[in-house]
Design a protein around this ligand. Structure first.
Ligand SMILES: Nc1ncnc2c1ncn2[C@@H]1O[C@H](COP(=O)(O)OP(=O)(O)OP(=O)(O)O)[C@@H](O)[C@H]1O
Length: 450
């Protein structure tokens, strides 16, 4: 049995290749069709309760089968382990999925958690952690001991030592005999049906990569990386909020959720910064020099995002307040509330201007232009018209619009259909000869159960 894993620094996305899901899907379809043909609504008037109950059970089975089919599309598991910060005796370790909701009755993992990620700076470094997360993934598919082949996404330029250690982990520790590595950009392009020549911009957790594909293959000498990804953006927001308002230094998870909910990309950064500066100058100006109240309110409404932090007693998850909420309505929440303005767009702005944080690197627009210029001249017009966006950090509102504006009319920018799970989804359609062969063998009656 083959498994497909898109091994992200933030999360492992996994699924079964299409060929292997076909039989299960067919069974689900048959169950649904059967249920559909059964009479609906009130039961038979002749009082045949048993028939009615049997039909009801079939309908429930079909619905459960459908839910399982949907669940098994792509499984997402955080690529980390965690232990309690106060745990000094090496107690329970939470793995992958369990790090999201630690059991409340286990004192080892009560309170704050210390996370260990399998990937550091985009490379698989912590092999023990990776093994635990992959084992959990395999278990979740109910496939312990049954996986014989792995399609694994691996970025370009992985040092040979890491490559060897990964292969060793797969073969020796997990007992998976066949390993097929593939660059995530190739799968993202498949997900978008982009054709053989395109440029994939992958802004995920660790970094942002700009990867040109020529004839479907990675054109390695032109690949470029910006050292900004979702992790850095979350940390930056955490610093800004902690110095400006509330200390959230130990609350990376909360800040990560907040970032996804309230940050956005400015489509005109100079104009937005000027308008914000004007707004912030107002209280210090003599009354006659202030802008009219109505304009001030309009600017306030445009730039201010109010966010309610969780207290884990009555509010379990943070949430943004709707823009038109009156202050009196939320008076009772004032100790839990943040008001953010420039932070909301200055955080994702790092992708476009890493020098804002003192990094000596070009921003996304410049890097894309450089990558195009490193490709063969005759292909550049095609590449410019086929820029694909993938990775969770491209999901900020206005991301594609800003990139498109800044790159100009010669470029065409679009998201892949599913920027987070698309790579894994395309991997499931990826049918290397070995996968097909493997499946054929499994389908032969003689091989069943052997
Ligand atoms: N709606 C969103 N808006 C902004 N950022 C988001 C959104 N959804 C997810 N992210 C960010 O995307 C990042 C995860 O993206 P993704 O799943 O593509 O990374 P990954 O594949 O695990 O990591 P990498 O590509 O670096 O190996 C996280 O930092 C998360 O905060």
């Amino acid at each position: 049995m083959w498994l497909v894993i898109d091994n992200g620094g933030h999360a492992v996305k996994s699924g079964l290749p299409d060929a292997m899901r076909t039989a299960a899907t067919e069974a689900h379809k048959a169950a649904l069709e059967h249920a559909r043909q059964q009479p609906k609504g009130p039961g038979p008037v002749d009082g045949n309760d048993r028939q009615q109950q049997a039909d009801e059970e079939k309908r429930e089975l079909a619905a459960a089968a459908l839910r399982r089919a949907a669940d098994s599309t792509v499984l997402t598991v955080p690529n980390c382990t965690a232990r309690g910060k106060k745990d000094t005796r090496g107690g329970a370790v939470l793995v992958g999925q369990d790090t999201e909701k630690p059991p409340s009755d286990n004192e080892d993992v009560a309170g704050r958690l210390l996370f260990t990620r399998s990937l550091e700076r985009g490379y698989l470094i912590n092999l023990d952690t990776q093994q635990l997360v992959w084992e959990q993934t395999i278990e979740r598919f109910d496939l312990s001991g049954a996986v014989t082949g792995l399609v694994l996404t691996t970025p370009a330029f992985v040092p040979q030592e890491i490559q060897t250690a990964t292969e060793d982990l797969v073969r020796s520790n997990l007992g998976i005999k066949r390993l097929l590595t593939v660059h995530p950009a190739q799968l993202a392009a498949r997900d978008a049906d982009a054709g053989p020549f395109c440029i994939v911009v992958d802004a995920g957790f660790s970094f942002t990569h700009v990867v040109p594909l020529m004839d479907g293959r990675v054109f390695e000498q032109a690949v470029r990386r910006i050292d900004v990804g979702g992790k850095l953006l979350t940390n930056y927001l955490r610093e800004l909020v902690s110095y400006g308002q509330v200390n959230l230094q130990d609350e990376t998870q909360i800040v990560d959720v907040m970032k996804r909910q309230i940050c956005y990309v400015s489509t005109n950064i100079d104009a937005d910064l000027a308008a914000l500066a004007l707004l912030e100058r107002q209280p210090g100006l003599p009354v006659r020099e202030r802008i009219p109240l109505v304009d001030r309110h309009a600017l306030e409404a445009r730039f201010t995002r109010r966010y309610v932090l969780p207290d884990f007693q009555t509010i379990m998850e943070g949430y943004p307040l709707p823009p038109n909420t009156e202050p009196e309505e939320v008076l009772h929440l004032r100790d839990q509330m943040l008001a953010l303005r420039g932070e909301c767009f200055m955080v994702p702005e790092l992708l476009f201007e890493p020098s804002n944080l003192g990094m000596r690197q070009a921003g996304l627009v410049q890097v894309i232009q450089d990558v195009v210029d490193l490709c063969p001249r005759e292909l550049r017009p095609i590449l410019r018209k086929n820029i694909l966006l993938t990775g969770g950090s491209t999901l900020f509102p206005n991301f594609a619009k800003r990139l498109s504006n800044d790159l100009g009319d010669a470029y065409n920018v679009r998201h892949v259909p599913d920027p987070i799970r698309g790579v894994c989804m395309a991997g499931r359609h990826f049918a290397p000869a070995e996968v097909e062969q493997d499946q054929q063998t499994q389908n032969q009656p003689s091989a069943v159960g052997s």
